[in-house]
Design a protein around this ligand. Structure first.
Ligand code: RB5
Length: 152
């Protein structure tokens, strides 16, 4: 799978571990940075390019990390076509894709350890959207919001 990864300083160490894990598993990884640890960098500078790549179909899925994962998720969801979720548990890593078609998983470099993060990531990547009618209906209502706010 083509996977994009982005983080600020708050998730830098975790991002490095996850990139190695993904490459070892055979995924094609695009690293949107940060490429160096800089304690005053800003997550939008990395998360927005990742989110745009996911929305444009240049990568299949994304992983957005910051210290808590909150800023990364808020930021990623500003890009039309992105469905990002801040995930801490195995169940949501799977169901967020099956039901909500989540295409970016957000994690906190300061809130999850590397083993849990790997499990969340592997679960997210292995899951597929169900295509169930009720979920398509709900996602249609979410997508309509994007059109509503275009130009405002
Ligand atoms: C940066 O210190 C921190 O605020 C950021 O990584 C993230 O946690 C924001 O949500």
């Amino acid at each position: 799978m083509r996977v994009g990864v982005a983080t600020d300083h708050g998730g830098f160490a975790l991002k490095e571990e996850l990139v190695a894990h993904l490459r070892e598993a055979g995924h094609e990884v695009t690293d949107f940075g940060a490429h160096d640890l800089n304690s005053s960098d800003d997550y939008p500078d990395y998360v927005v390019p990742l989110a745009r790549a996911v929305a444009a179909g240049k990568v299949d899925r994304g992983i957005a990390i910051c210290g808590s994962g909150v800023g990364a998720s808020v930021c990623a969801n500003k890009i039309p076509g992105v469905r990002a979720g801040l995930i801490h548990d195995h169940f949501s890593a799977r169901q967020g894709v099956e039901d909500d078609h989540m295409n970016i998983i957000c994690m906190g470099g300061r809130t999850v350890g590397p083993a849990v993060a790997q499990d969340l990531l592997d679960t997210f990547l292995a899951a597929g959207f169900s295509q169930a009618e009720r979920h398509l209906r709900r996602l249609g209502k979410v997508a309509a919001l994007e059109n509503q706010f275009v130009g405002h």
